[in-house]
Write a protein that binds this ligand. Structure first.
Ligand code: MLT
Length: 408
């Protein structure tokens, strides 16, 4: 008799953004003429940079000729892309990461979800709350938690992010083996200072723990001094894995490309107390379960680092940051407390009430889609997240409609 993985019975039936999509569809079906503006899921709207498009066209031509055709590529990514990443994202910032520590993939979400396969079943996991749901749900699916009561799984440690700590929880005397951190943060848009990240690195080293650092929104950092990588902190190579994505950096949400850094010498411990390097484990996992990101995609990603590609992608991010400022200024003018929206495409708005109710109100009365904070965890209740990914015209229109509904 085929049995189910009963861990799946513990998780909510649908993923947060799937639930939102259902509600939006129901509203659209009931009001076919409503012009709905989506500031919910963090999906980019602006087209790929011309340099990326040209590189992908050329790569298609490569695939069209026997002499330049590429079949299976290296599972860890082509050297041309790994070298470009190591040089531009790390070495130019004087961060010690080599190209053979970079594993190219089809996106940070998959890597953040898959990485937990490397760890023992009984490791103690800590997550921030509010949290990107993937960190939690993948550990629930893997059987590392008990049931969910009042929005929290037994067996998981939750680190509250709130206005008092600026949505940057500190390690304190946390007893955990693995902690997920994400900065600039999804969903709150908060950034961590170097001192705050260094405190986490020091804690991890002192406790033989591991930091899983999600830096998918790194390209939005404009404030000098905010770390772009966990490896800017002393000792981080000994205790951290970092995830990056081309999705928000270069508009690849549909194209799909990201990468994970697993430094040489980074270890976890065996039952007998000896250590094992994690990089060979991740290599083994990826070579077994993943056949690499497409050649065409990787050529497109490589072009993000060309002088034209870098300038074009930066201009697009500046554009989204301009959207974020428009939304932030409008909400501040309406009297709301807002976190994020600088160094981040997300704004985290204190709505002083039920977040799903507020979401429904903006959907029904303003035809604007946001994301209810409660969907990111218990500590997200009372907030909504607004994404800056949309056209300028739609953002201005959405802000006007929101002001009309909320302004009385
Ligand atoms: C979000 O809206 O939180 C993100 O788009 C989700 C993701 O990147 O997977």
């Amino acid at each position: 008799m085929i049995r189910v993985n009963e861990n799946y019975l513990k998780i909510q039936a649908s993923y947060l953004f799937t639930e939102i999509a259902h509600r939006v569809k129901a509203h659209q079906d009931a009001h076919p003429d409503a012009k709905i503006i989506r500031l919910g899921i963090g999906d980019v709207t602006e087209p790929l940079a011309p340099a990326v498009v040209a590189a992908m066209h050329k790569a298609v031509d490569d695939e069209a000729a026997r002499e330049t055709f590429h079949g299976y590529g290296p599972e860890q990514g082509y050297a041309f892309l790994r070298d470009a990443i190591a040089e531009n994202d790390f070495q130019k910032r004087e961060i010690d990461v080599a190209s053979d520590e970079i594993f190219v993939s089809d996106g940070a979400k998959c890597d953040c979800g898959n990485i937990q396969e490397l760890f023992g079943q009984d490791v103690k996991i800590a997550v921030p709350d509010p949290v990107y749901p993937v960190y939690v749900d993948t550990n629930v699916m893997a059987g590392r938690t008990g049931v969910n009561t009042d929005g929290r799984y037994s067996g998981l440690i939750y680190l509250d992010g709130n206005a008092a700590n600026g949505f940057v929880p500190a390690p304190g005397n946390l007893e955990a083996d693995v902690v997920y951190l994400c900065f600039p943060n999804n969903p709150t848009g908060a950034t961590a200072t170097k001192a705050q990240l260094q405190a986490w690195v020091d804690w991890a080293r002192a406790n033989k723990a591991l930091i899983l650092f999600d830096a998918a929104y790194e390209a939005f950092i404009r404030t000098p001094g905010i770390p772009h990588s966990i490896y800017e902190c002393a000792g981080a190579r000994e205790c951290a894995i970092e995830f990056r994505s081309f999705s928000k950096t270069a508009g690849f949400t549909g194209v799909r490309c990201g990468y994970t850094v697993v430094p040489k010498g980074l270890v976890a411990w065996k039952a007998d107390g000896s250590s094992a390097e994690l990089r060979p484990f991740w290599t083994r996992r990826q070579t077994t379960k993943f056949n690499g990101c497409s050649y065409i995609t990787q050529r497109g990603a490589e072009a993000v680092y060309s002088p034209e590609g870098a300038a074009q992608t930066k201009a697009t991010i500046d554009f989204y940051l301009g959207n974020a400022k428009i939304v932030k200024d409008a909400l501040l003018a309406l009297g709301y407390d807002v976190t994020g929206g600088m160094d981040s495409p997300y704004l985290w708005v204190n709505v002083k009430g039920d977040s799903w109710e507020f979401f429904d109100r903006l959907l029904k009365e303003a035809n604007v889609v946001t994301t209810p904070g409660a969907g990111f965890g218990r500590a997200g209740e009372g907030y909504i997240r607004i994404s800056a990914f949309n056209s300028r015209e739609n953002v201005e229109e959405a802000v006007g409609r929101i002001a009309k509904v909320l302004g009385g």
